[in-house]
Design a protein around this ligand. Structure first.
Ligand SMILES: C[S@@+](CC[C@H](N)C(=O)[O-])C[C@H]1O[C@@H](n2cnc3c(N)ncnc32)[C@H](O)[C@@H]1O
Length: 532
């Protein structure tokens, strides 16, 4: 295989970035623009030892799964947001199921994993918007516009500001005035920011010159409350004429049918290396300044209310979050939520549940009615404060939160190594835990955390993941630590994109746990489950 060669390829798979994947002469080739089922002609652009990249030349026979009605002009302009925008929704769901299965087979070495039907979105969801407008958090990048002073004092007008999303595998911002995945409030706020920058000649952050003011805009929307928080991430100490921007956004958001409850500036000073390809949560600055309104917005999920701060994580698709959390409850073995009353005085089941990577406490609080105690661990302080407040708002008294890295906090509490440096009452409760819910960021869990969970001896592990590869890696380790894989349910939290969410149930293998505890390294065959 050589660069410049024209090859014919049947597309059999797709990457999470939306590239078609097929084989030519046994050689794996990535073809951007092609979808599963296409027969294409492609020109090789880069050739490695066993795989290569190509440019789509011609679709010889289009796939029956091709979707032609995706109503977005920015997809063809290169916006990298909707990687699966050319694939029918049903085909997306099948592809995501397949990807979860394959990762478990290839990375966790589970031969025939029990993969339940993916929980997809329905047409009637989300006030009839179905698989569209499902995101309650928009993250816009802002690119150069206005005037800038170059090194040496040269003043240059950089042209129109752009507010939108990165092009596929690039930091080029595709200017988007409309996005069918975002809430109308988010688009109204983004368009107001662009207008403000144009009118007031406000610069955007230029990663090449490491100059300019506005870097990004995050808009959080409470779908149930219509409350909106706008967070403008800047390279500086403030925004000139910021009150004008606040009123422009406020008006635009109100016209879209929402209420701007909070306007925040997040300060992120220029680093030497300029803008890196950002992980979702790295977008925020180090210091958040509440310029107008309240420091939190509120949302409602099922029977619970949640307050969310600028720096706190909150699941982005509320309709699917409810379904995901219901699945978590089911995997925890808790009763259904139908007659849920969080304030009920009825006897709780005797579960002690560890809610690891708990964010604003949402999953644990969703399970609190069936627990003796919820212990949440979370690294972001604002989220821990939110979690405590959320427990209070909902009248939940059986939840405690610890701020710190889960991989440091849990081993300390389980091992009792630093007695005196932590709450011994909580430590005692942690050691009684019988269920652990793990919901880490994309990178997955650190081995120390998984070892501590196994050391705690919980009967069930419910692992929620947004990256099947790190999920499979961690499951492989948990199997070695004496747990048995039961089943996985993928949940489509991110229609039209290549992102996959999945929830896994693992249960303790009693004989093997004892071996693990006593340090005997007997492999066993896993058939000795004395389990549940
Ligand atoms: C995918 S979110 C899950 C949040 C929550 N369970 C929910 O459903 O909304 C992952 C959370 O882990 C937190 N986090 C990241 N690294 C962490 C660590 N090492 N220890 C504890 N929490 C961490 C993040 O701040 C974030 O709130």
């Amino acid at each position: 295989m050589k660069k410049g060669m024209i090859v014919e390829i049947r597309i059999e798979d797709m990457s999470s970035q939306g590239q078609g994947i097929g084989k030519a002469d046994g050689f794996v080739v990535f073809v951007p623009g092609a979808v599963v089922g296409d027969l294409v002609r492609a020109e090789m652009t880069k050739v490695k030892k066993s795989y290569g990249f190509s440019r789509l030349v011609e679709i010889i026979k289009p796939s029956p799964y091709r979707f032609y009605d995706f109503d977005c002009e920015y997809l063809s302009k290169g916006c990298g947001g909707c990687q699966y925008g050319r694939l029918s929704y049903d085909a997306q769901l099948r592809l995501k199921e397949k990807q979860v299965r394959e990762k478990l087979q290839r990375i966790a070495y589970i031969q025939d994993p029990q993969v339940k039907d993916i929980i997809g979105m329905k047409e009637s969801d989300n006030e009839g918007n179905g698989t569209f407008r499902y995101r309650n958090k928009a993250q816009f990048h802002v690119s150069t516009g206005g005037v800038i002073t170059r090194k040496g004092g040269v003043v240059e007008n950089l042209g129109e500001p752009t507010v939108g999303f990165f092009r596929f595998k690039s930091h080029h911002v595709v200017d988007c005035e409309e996005c069918c995945l975002q809430s109308p409030a988010a688009m109204a706020a983004a368009n107001a920011l662009r207008r403000f920058m144009e009118e007031d000649n406000i610069t955007a952050w230029d990663p090449k010159w490491e100059k300019g003011l506005i870097r990004d805009l995050v808009v959080k929307t409470g779908f149930a409350t219509k409350e909106v928080m706008a967070i403008v991430i800047i390279n500086g100490n403030g925004i000139p004429n910021v009150q004008k921007l606040v009123s422009m956004m406020d008006e635009a958001v109100y016209d879209a049918g929402y209420y701007m409850e909070s306007f925040v500036i997040s300060v992120k000073k220029a680093g030497k290396s300029g803008r890196q390809l950002q992980a979702v949560n790295d977008i925020m600055g180090d210091k958040n300044i509440i310029v107008a309104g309240r420091p939190v917005i509120k949302d409602i999920l099922g029977p619970l209310e949640f307050e969310i701060s600028p720096a706190s994580f909150y699941q982005v698709n509320p309709v699917q979050t409810k379904r995901l959390y219901d699945k978590v409850r089911e995997y925890c073995g808790l009763k259904k939520h139908e007659n849920f009353d969080v304030c009920s005085e009825g006897p709780a089941e005797r579960h002690v549940i560890l809610d690891l990577y708990c964010g604003v406490g949402s999953i644990g609080l969703y399970c609190a009615d069936s627990a003796e105690m919820i212990i949440g661990i979370e690294a972001v302080k604002e989220a821990v404060v939110d979690a405590n407040r959320n427990a209070v708002i909902n009248g939940i008294v059986n939840a405690r939160y610890i701020c710190g890295k889960a991989e440091e906090v849990l081993p300390a509490y389980i091992g009792g190594k630093e007695e005196g440096t932590y709450d011994s009452e909580i430590a005692e409760t942690v050691r009684k835990a019988d269920i652990a819910i793990l919901d880490p960021p994309r990178a997955g869990c650190k081995p120390q955390l998984l070892e501590a969970v196994a050391e705690a001896g919980v009967e069930r592990i419910v692992y929620v993941s947004c990256d099947p590869a790190t999920l499979a890696r961690d499951i492989k380790f948990l199997l070695e630590l004496g747990y048995e894989f039961k089943e996985v349910t993928p949940v489509d939290m991110f229609p039209w994109t290549g992102n996959i969410e999945a929830v896994v149930l693992l249960s303790k293998l009693h004989a093997r746990r004892n071996e693990y505890r006593s340090g005997i390294k007997d492999e066993g065959d896993g058939s000795d489950s004395g389990g549940e």
